[in-house]
Design a protein around this ligand. Structure first.
Ligand code: NAP
Length: 294
């Protein structure tokens, strides 16, 4: 299958693209920045550029990963978040409609307000408390409005790419590598993890069903960032040298409010018999084992 990928220089694409190439797909890689020679420059916020690129490529599918993913930057600059995450997605959707391509849009647990005590299922009502979540949800609505052949897959806290990861897991690993002996991590917010490697290995099974629609795809089990930090220390064999302290989120004030819960249940994958995502602890252990000596 011929697939055009947006956001090909990003963290998720770094694991998805090798998997697609391994399966024999023809992959056209695009991004706003050229992370490698295989990337074609495409700014999805330009309508003309997007339509031309997709018309020239004539892909069967577009895997749309490009987004402004910095939650705090989105909060500080909502117009920019709208330009990339909403208008950029609209451009992709219109281009897909023009050439008859299917679309995979990756969304987030941030679309929910976080007040539910159980993990969120696909039928739960959205209601994000930050700009990033609202922009990603608006993207979902545009996809649903204009296309029939689409998959929207919501991921949890994403982990992957090692040094490409700008988020919590790599930040803690860096602190440990720098010899920090006391680590503080937030215990009062819960979430589900999505390892990009597990996503990459499992998502094509869903696409191949042609059961279009909305799916959650998170690793099994839920945790706080404190739970994750404890496990990182254990898997890096530093249990006797490093202490992890649970702290409240107010100790780390951030520009964007974070929902109390970003826990996801892969209910629709269960219904298809395709909930093959591993438990988060085993994926974290494997991730650290493979990368820790880099
Ligand atoms: N990371 C998470 O925790 C998480 C969780 C759930 C869902 N998601 C979703 O999953 C998808 C992939 O996330 P990721 O973590 O791989 O993100 P990422 O590492 O930030 O990659 C996104 C890529 O898109 C590029 N980009 C930004 N603006 C663009 C534009 N106007 N045109 C073309 N490309 C542009 C980025 O370039 P720059 O780096 O130069 O901006 C980056 O290379 C996103 O749609 C995201 O919303 C992410």
């Amino acid at each position: 299958m011929k697939i055009l990928v947006t956001g090909a220089s990003g963290m998720l694409a770094a694991d998805v693209i090798p998997e697609l190439l391994k399966e024999g797909h023809s992959v056209v890689q695009t991004d706003i920045r050229k992370h490698s020679k295989d990337i074609n420059i495409l700014d999805i916020s330009s309508y003309d550029e997007t339509i031309k690129n997709i018309k020239d490529t004539q892909p069967e599918y577009v895997f749309h990963f490009a987004a402004e993913t910095d939650v705090d930057l989105c909060e500080k600059n909502p117009q920019y978040a709208h330009k990339v995450n909403v208008l950029g997605t609209e451009n992709i959707v219109l281009a897909c409609r023009e050439v008859g391509a299917g679309l995979l849009y990756v969304s987030t647990a941030n679309v929910f307000n976080g007040e539910k005590s159980e993990p969120y299922v696909e039928s739960d009502e959205a209601g994000s408390i930050n700009v990033y979540g609202r922009s990603k949800y608006q993207g979902e609505l545009i996809v649903k409005k204009h296309l029939c052949r689409y998959f929207i897959i919501r991921a949890g806290w994403m982990v992957g790419g090692w040094e490409l990861d700008k988020k919590f897991v790599y930040k803690i690993i860096q602190q440990l590598k720098q010899g920090k002996k006391n680590i503080k991590a937030v215990f009062d917010k819960a979430g589900s993890l999505t390892f990009t490697k597990d996503f990459a290995v499992n998502f094509m099974d869903v696409i191949n069903t042609q059961h279009y629609g909305l799916y959650h795809m998170a690793n099994k089990g839920v945790c706080s960032r404190y739970d994750i930090a404890v496990k990182i220390v254990e898997f890096m064999d530093l249990k006797n040298k490093v202490k992890v302290f649970p702290v409240e989120s107010k100790e780390f004030p951030l520009p964007a409010p974070r929902p109390r819960s970003e826990m996801l249940s892969n209910h629709n994958l269960e219904l298809l018999g395709l909930n093959n995502m591993p438990f988060w602890e085993s994926s974290l252990k494997e991730y650290i084992k493979i990368n820790k000596d880099k």
